[in-house]
Design a protein around this ligand. Structure first.
Ligand SMILES: *Cc1c(COP(=O)(O)O)cnc(C)c1O
Length: 369
């Protein structure tokens, strides 16, 4: 029996865990509850009422059939996702899962694994090393240039050096907010020719990109090792619905069928995602509002003498703070939660509604004065 004073952590650490899990902690930003939550890049607008009604009707219909397993091929959902993406894609180009987190896990289960490696470029999404760990793959932390910029030459050289089985380019990148040019994706793909490397572009924030920034979807024709990953968690305001997806050559989706668990997408998830897709235009109207607040944050932070990075996402990464933790604390005392990302003098803030953005900017201005 464990001594009464043993913490729960001491108790689970005493279990026969895999060696690489020993001493690790579960991933997750603190889920504090404050009036203005700008820390995990959710859409902060409430779900439009027409979407609430459509989801409810779809789920009600699906509920009547819950005695049966769902459509394992989620064909109707894949058709709608292809229609939303355009670019001449059809259902056979699409794969979906419970969040793009599960999409990435499927990709690494199929293409990485023991004795194989995954290359990504920090600072980037902190889940990438955890997907690698969970699939027994080696994680290689690549290197970025000055101001975290990635150039075609730099990325290609690192792929030729490491010959990884999978490369993840996060574009727009979390936490820096900036997208890479298509020249970087093309160079990565070519550099991976020799090693037959799968190139994954994580476009979780793709819908928020600036008008002049293209999507890597444009590069899919003729590139069977290219995968573009998307999610409904951000632009579709569906973080709670858990629906991620990818577009790629049909054979990529076929390969992923080898590793998915049976019926991994519940009938309720499929119905929810389909209803949201049927109302994409109402949801994309909020995306435009969020983009306006995002651009406003960049402009006003510059006026405050801070150094925001150009953003193609629904958040802004900014530096120039003497003490990022003190600024974070001041904002929290004002009821505003932003994200500390462990980079000196920097914070990341999600673009919220106009009111939330004003509250953030005014609080930060008070802190600086
Ligand atoms: C938020 C985010 C995701 C989304 O994950 P889901 O599992 O789809 O909610 C994926 N990639 C990046 C870089 C993100 O920031």
């Amino acid at each position: 029996m464990p001594a009464a004073e043993d913490s729960s952590e001491q108790r689970w650490q005493a279990l026969p865990l895999r060696d690489e899990l020993r001493g690790q902690h579960p991933y997750g930003a603190p889920q504090l509850s404050v009036p203005v939550m700008l820390n995990v890049n959710e859409t902060t607008y409430p779900m439009p009422q027409e979407v609430v009604e459509a989801v409810t009707a779809g789920v009600r219909k699906a509920a009547a059939g819950l005695n049966r397993y769902p459509d394992r091929e989620f064909t109707s959902l894949r058709e709608k996702l292809a229609g939303f993406l355009g670019h001449g894609l059809s259902a056979e180009n699409i794969w979906a899962a419970n969040g793009s987190n599960e999409i990435m896990q499927h990709i690494l289960q199929a293409f990485a694994g023991p004795g194989r490696s995954v290359l990504a470029f920090p600072p980037t999404y902190s889940m990438y090393p955890l997907y690698a760990r969970g699939t027994y793959s080696q994680y290689i932390a690549g290197i970025r240039g000055e101001d975290f910029v990635q150039t075609p030459e730099n990325v290609a050289d690192q792929i030729r050096e490491h010959r990884p089985q999978v490369v993840i380019l996060c574009s727009p990148n979390n936490p820096t907010g900036t997208a890479v040019g298509l020249d970087v994706v093309e160079a990565a793909y070519e550099a991976g020719d020799d090693s037959a490397t799968m190139i994954v572009v994580d476009e979780a924030y793709g819908e928020f990109r600036q008008a002049e920034t293209p999507s890597a979807l444009e590069l899919l024709p003729g590139r069977p090792r290219l995968i573009v990953s998307r999610t409904m968690s951000k632009a579709f305001a569906l973080a709670g619905g858990r629906l991620g997806y990818l577009a790629a050559a049909p054979e990529v989706a076929d390969a992923l069928r080898l590793v998915r668990l049976p019926y991994h997408l519940s009938a309720l998830t499929q119905a929810t995602a389909e209803a949201a897709l049927d109302h994409a235009s109402a949801l994309m109207a909020n995306v435009e509002r969020i983009k306006a607040q995002r651009d406003r944050i960049v402009t006003e932070l510059q006026q405050m003498g801070l150094t925001p990075a150009p953003s193609d996402a629904n958040f802004v990464f900014f530096g120039g703070l003497d003490d990022a933790h003190a600024a974070w604390r001041h904002l929290l005392d004002d009821g505003i939660l932003v994200r500390e990302i462990g980079i000196d003098g920097h914070l990341r803030v999600t673009a919220g509604t106009q009111g939330e953005t004003t509250a953030f900017l005014e609080s930060l201005r008070r802190y600086l004065s």
